[in-house]
Design a protein around this ligand. Structure first.
Ligand code: GLV
Ligand code: GLV
Length: 444
């Protein structure tokens, strides 16, 4: 025996098209005045009548949360809200409507461990404040979140870690704005999952994590946070310069390990910084700020740059080969692009002085990390200082094992004031675009 649940419809062709083409239900029978769909153990029928009968709910049951999320992404145009847990019924579900106004529910039953609050990692900070919704992929300073709360319904991740791409995809579908981190990969797949997105506001100056061209194709504006982090990043670059040249972390380790035996003539001899040649690769905002600080150290400045920059200090533009050969300290400040990917590889490293120091506070993949590790191991360079890595957060063990490197956890802009200013700018960018105004810092 089997059973069919029948509904009455006033527009059978519309219903046939919706359930068959949109929801992909398979047909059991299609007669002129009635269509019946096969749903596994059950059948769902619609028959023609003068008026539609829309009472009741058609619940479509899935096996997993991600299937519900997939259904949501597919049917966002008819969804009435995003998927959520109803712990009373122990289900994960969202509601939608069919073209005649019938209630549709897409759901799965949850197991006990799925009911733990970790699934709802995204907290809605001011539900229904405004019809625009923004997703913030990780907690950023309060000033920015508060600013956004005045304008949008703010959804902010409460997880004490970065979201995975799958998590961003599951959250992005119904958001109008995205405020993301440099570690969030916003590629074509994520952008395709975002059905309403108008703006991607990166909480960073670098935006190599975003497929900017694809976003543009889709009419999505990309913004970043230039300017506000220039001085802090230049400060940190100098911290790395001093730390590597004068072997400060090595000295610190020695003292803490109880190794300090008193003044020694040959203890931890480093390289002088004053009076040396500073090479700057990429004379943009940060490159200039690093170079300006070098004037106080009486350094000669040489640099490479695609264009001729406006400079208010003496510096000589050279080619890449000269930069590699003549720099005592070489500091990288180009963005990561197809042209700068592995711009410094084995051949370039071969040109450097044995006493030279390489500093990277830009992006890891500008340097071929393997080639650099080899050069450092073979002592073809004096030292290197890194704030960034090729595959963050992974750092090769070989690099961790070296004494002549100083390793920082991507903290170039990490001062209280600068991170707050970046938050303000990232928030202003998103607000401006959704209000139809010019954004303070637009990329595409
Ligand atoms: C930091 O690396 C940034 O791009 O803001
Ligand atoms: C350092 O204290 C020195 O006098 O060399």
């Amino acid at each position: 025996m089997s059973a069919i649940i029948f509904f009455k419809t006033a527009n059978l062709p519309l219903i046939r098209e919706f359930y068959q083409s949109k929801l992909s239900f398979s047909k059991f029978k299609d007669q002129e005045s009635c269509v019946i769909f096969n749903l596994g153990n059950m059948m769902l029928g619609f028959c023609e009548a003068k008026a539609a009968e829309i009472d009741g709910t058609i619940t479509i049951v899935y096996h997993t949360i991600s299937q519900v999320d997939d259904a949501y992404n597919k049917h966002i145009d008819i969804a009435l809200g995003s998927p959520e847990i109803n712990d009373y019924y122990k289900i994960y579900h969202f509601w939608a409507r069919d073209p005649e106004g019938r209630s549709l529910e897409f759901q799965c039953f949850l197991s006990d461990d799925e009911l733990t609050p970790q699934i709802s990692k995204i907290k809605v900070l001011n539900p229904k404040a405004h019809k625009h919704k923004i997703l913030i992929t990780r907690m950023i300073p309060d000033n920015a979140v508060n600013k956004l709360k005045n304008h949008f319904e703010v959804h902010v991740s409460q997880a004490n870690r970065n979201l995975t791409k799958e998590e961003i995809i599951a959250e992005i579908a119904d958001k109008d704005a995205l405020l993301c981190l440099l570690s969030d990969q916003i590629d074509a797949e994520v952008i395709d999952a975002a059905k309403r997105l108008k703006v991607i506001s990166n909480y960073a100056v670098g935006y190599n994590n975003i497929d900017v061209n694809y976003a543009k194709e889709k009419g999505i504006v990309v913004c970043n946070t230039p300017g506000v982090l220039t001085q802090s990043t230049a400060d940190l670059t100098w911290a790395l310069i001093m730390a590597t040249a004068r072997r400060i972390p090595e000295g610190e380790r020695l003292v803490r390990d109880g190794g300090f035996q008193g003044w020694e003539p040959l203890l931890l001899l480093g390289q002088d910084v004053h009076g040396q040649t500073l090479g700057i690769m990429g004379m943009g905002r940060i490159g200039k700020a690093v170079a300006r600080r070098a004037l106080g150290f009486g350094m000669k400045i040489i640099y490479t740059n695609r264009r001729i920059p406006k400079l208010d200090f003496p510096a000589e533009k050279v080619d890449l080969e000269t930069l590699m050969k003549e720099s005592d300290i070489l500091s990288l400040h180009t963005p990561l692009t197809e042209e700068t990917y592995h711009l410094i590889g084995e051949n370039e490293l071969q040109l450097m002085k044995k006493t030279a120091i390489l500093i990277n506070t830009a992006r890891g993949a500008i340097v071929d990390e393997k080639a650099l590790i080899k050069a450092l191991k073979e002592k073809r360079l004096f030292a290197a200082g890194f704030d960034v890595y090729e595959n963050e957060p992974e750092i090769p063990q070989e690099l961790l094992d070296l004494e002549n490197v100083v390793l920082l956890p991507h903290i170039g802009s990490a001062s209280l004031a600068t991170r707050a200013a970046m938050g303000d700018l990232a928030a202003e960018n998103a607000i401006a675009i959704l209000e139809g105004k010019e954004a303070p810092a637009r990329v595409n």
